[in-house]
Every structure is written in structure tokens, then in C-alpha cells.
Design a protein around this ligand. Sequence first.
Ligand code: SF4
Ligand code: SF4
Ligand SMILES: [Zn+2]
Length: 253
Amino acid sequence: MNRHRSLAPVPCRRCGAPLGPLQRLRGEACEALDCRRAEVDERLAREREAALQARLRRRTRHESTPALTTAPVIWLQPNRNRLIDIRTAERARYLAQLERVAALAAPEAAEPAADAKPPSDSAIRGRLCAFCAGRCCRYGLAQHAFIDRALLQRWVERHPGSTAQDAAAAYAAQLPRRHVEASCLHHGRDGCTLPRGMRSDICNRFACAGLAGLEQTVAADAPATVVAAMAEGQRLLRVAALDEAGARPLRAR
Ligand code: SF4
Ligand code: SF4
Ligand SMILES: [Zn+2]
């Protein structure tokens, strides 16, 4: 045994400070408040994940197939979509913002659209977002669908002879009558009412932690099936099996 190695200081895995002998007995992190808090948070997250996994397996046992039992689970944040009529004041705010943006000077060089295709365009990716029903589109409410002058300019360039005001009118024309409460005004019953080519780069490319996890899982070992699960605290809200063929809801409770 290498005597020197056994005496080498062991760093806290959070902050890198050398651990004293007692601290080393207690774990891999030091006594600093931030490090201890991070350790507890991580342990609680692990316990929550394990409890949810156990619940998920119990609840879906009656419909488990070998593919389902080994399928990776993608956890999503809770999302409940309630449709409401677009409020007059919200519509007015959105239209005023469009008007303000259209009045800005055109960008000197129009930014080329980022590839409108998401990082991976697998059917399973779309199914995950459809299962989730667009929780991330809540950000689009305050941000007025992320429509800026460069985006309007792209529309202008695709429609020779048109103006930024025409572009603004084209966006306004895509507003649905009803939208998902507390979400983007373009978040309608069947998802985004803007065609992909009219959406901002951020809309086309955003990936939440769940979607990023799915991308990684698909890139690493292309599972035939993944289980999408939505939980709130320790409660399972919705579960579905997703594959290339479709989405199959599983009984979550
Ligand atoms: S990116 Fe994430 S939050 Fe947004 S719709 Fe897809 S799964 Fe839901
Ligand atoms: S424009 Fe469409 S994709 Fe973007 S936030 Fe609004 S509803 Fe979501
Ligand atoms: Zn530390």
C-alpha cells in the first residue's frame, strides 16, 4: 500500500477544501453551510426520485412489458393546461408590443434563422413535448412570444415588397381565440399557433432538463421506448410510454 497516498488530503467534493479526519468519516463534503446544504438537497432529490420510481413501477405493473420495465424514465415538471379566452388587456398588450417592435429600425444584416429543426427531430422528442403540452411556453407570455425586430425582418424578406407592419399583422393574425391560461398567447389548444418558420429561435431550440435528458438518452442508446412521467412532489400526475409509433398513456394512479 502506498503510504503517501493514504495521507494525501482528501478535498471536499463541493468546494475542494481539504477534509479533516472526522469530516472524512461523515462523508465527502466539508462542514461549510453551502456544502452541507448541497449534500442534503442531493440526498433528498435522490430519495424523491427513488420513491417516485417505486411508485411508478407499482402503478404501471399491470401493464408492464419487458420493454417498459427497462425503459428509461424522463421526469417532467407538472403542467396543467386550461384553455381560456385571450383577455382583452393581454391581447392589447401583445398588439402594442408588436407595433413597437415593428417601428424599430430594421437590423442592418438580417440574422439568418437558426436551423428551424430542433437539435434532434426524432418523433419521440415531439411526443415528449406533446405529452408535456408546452410547460416552457409559459415564458412566452411575458416575452410576447419572443418576437423581435429581427424575427419580423425574416418574415419581410420572405415576402418581397412587404413591410415590418405587414409582418406584425401576420403574427397578430395567428393569435388564437383561446389560449392556455398563464402561457404564451400563441399557446393554443393544439400547441403553438405559429408555424415553425415564424417562431423565434428560442422557441425552436429550447430544451428543458427533461428534453435535454431525453436527447442524451436517445443519442447514447436509442431506446425503443421511454416512459414520460410528470410528478408534483411525491405525487404522480401523468405517465405515458412513448415510442416511434406513438404515445400510450399509462394509468398513473
Ligand atoms: S421543452 Fe420541456 S417544457 Fe418545453 S414542451 Fe418540451 S418537454 Fe415540455
Ligand atoms: S411562440 Fe409558440 S413555441 Fe414560442 S412560446 Fe409561444 S406558444 Fe410557445
Ligand atoms: Zn466544502
